[in-house]
Design a protein around this ligand. Structure first.
Ligand code: SAH
Length: 362
């Protein structure tokens, strides 16, 4: 019996007859099945299967990534994001290369295997400055580098790959063209998809994702988003719930739902074996414990922030983001403890995607 009391639909019942998780192929979840699962028709089955699939891919390991959010300047005006250019009440900051390297040194000293460099779409950092930063990190440390710098030029992405960057994360937020245009008035839908395909062709481990419950997003749109996202054969897939930010045009809209986001990551897990799926921090901003719970529902990555404490609260993409007092080492310990409490193992390895054979440039 399903969670809403209705008997499972025929497609789901058929799906349940699959003998083992390894027999599930991406194509085996149809649009109708995805929609039924999104609507909570069989959470127990979905979460159990997603957890089994995660365990079979990653052996209970949860990959840790240290993230440095090095600038909150942004030229874009995304209607959901607190860092949008028109938000004049943000205290803007830009870390120097030196400050970024200090944060990276901390991440390496603590033994983590990956650093994620993220910012608003801040073009003040030249292509060469970022290339030099990548090369310097590679010189100093044996770290995988993930970039999440937004819509930069194709030549720039190529130069960064050549400088040694390993991964790039660029969330579509939604694959629905009309909803995308409404939420991201200054961005171009086709260009963003083209960038993702180009990143893949450069040999980056490439990631994208969606914001669940974006105002205007229906379950039908979300089901299509999951299909489109899965068709792209990505190495990293991220989903997190929408959280209304007071200084944005979407301030009055309702927050998203943690359970819906969990369903999406669980479905993505079934459709994308071997891909890395983070338990996003927006889950915790919404509901205490929701991020940890996601680790038992298809997610296998956690990204603690190492942005310096004097600026981290200003990386306020949504309320509740980066609110913290205690130092990085203590927070890392706490996260490892939470992971252990769930019977999982905190992994300090690079944690490459198991989806495609990966060639490091270094
Ligand atoms: N500027 C870069 C990096 C953005 S990272 C880029 O555009 O790719 C910030 C991520 O936070 C976004 O991709 C988005 O998925 C998420 N985000 C922003 N505002 C949000 C909100 N209000 N609620 C939930 N997620 C949000």
């Amino acid at each position: 019996m399903s969670s809403n009391g209705a008997p499972p639909s025929k497609p789901l019942a058929l799906l349940k007859q699959q003998e083992s998780i390894s027999s599930l192929k991406p194509s085996q979840l149809t649009y109708a099945e995805i929609l039924a699962l999104l609507q909570g028709q069989d959470d127990e089955w979905l979460f159990n299967r997603a957890n089994l699939a995660t365990e079979s891919d990653f052996n209970k390991q949860v990959y840790l990534r240290g993230i440095v959010e090095f600038s909150n300047h942004c030229r874009n005006n995304c209607n959901y994001c607190g860092l949008r250019a028109d938000n004049r009440s943000v205290k803007r900051y830009r870390l120097s290369i030196e400050e970024i390297l200090n944060a990276v040194d901390t991440i390496a000293a603590l033994g983590l295997g990956t650093v994620v460099l993220q910012s608003g779409d801040d073009f003040k950092y030249s292509v060469n400055a970022i290339s030099t930063l990548i090369a310097e990190i590679k010189q100093r440390h044996n770290l995988a580098i993930t970039l999440s710098l937004g819509d930069r030029k194709l030549e720039e992405l190529k130069q960064w790959r050549e400088a040694g960057a390993d991964r790039y994360l660029l969330k579509m937020e939604t694959f629905d063209r009309a909803l995308f245009s409404r939420c991201r008035p200054k961005a171009n839908f086709d260009d963003r998809i083209a960038r993702l395909i180009y990143l893949q062709s450069l040999g980056f481990q490439t990631g994208s994702g969606i914001i669940t419950d974006l105002p205007g997003m229906t379950d039908e749109i979300l089901a299509h988003d999951i299909q489109r996202l899965s068709e792209m054969q990505l190495d990293m897939l991220a989903c997190g719930p929408f959280i209304a930010h007071a200084q944005t045009p979407l301030a009055q809209e309702p927050n998203g739902n943690a359970l819906k986001s969990h369903r999406v990551s669980a479905i993505l897990r079934l459709m994308n074996p071997g891909a890395n799926i983070p338990a996003t921090s927006s889950l915790d901003a919404l509901e205490a414990g929701a991020r940890e719970q996601a680790l038992k529902r298809g997610c296998n990555v956690v990204m603690p922030s190492f942005t310096p404490t004097n600026v981290c609260a200003d990386y306020n993409i949504y309320p509740g983001k980066n609110l913290r007092q205690n130092p990085a080492t203590e927070r890392l310990k706490q996260i490892c403890q939470q992971i252990q409490n769930h019977g999982l193992i905190a992994s300090f390895s690079r944690g490459d995607s198991k989806r495609t054979p990966y060639v490091s440039r270094h």
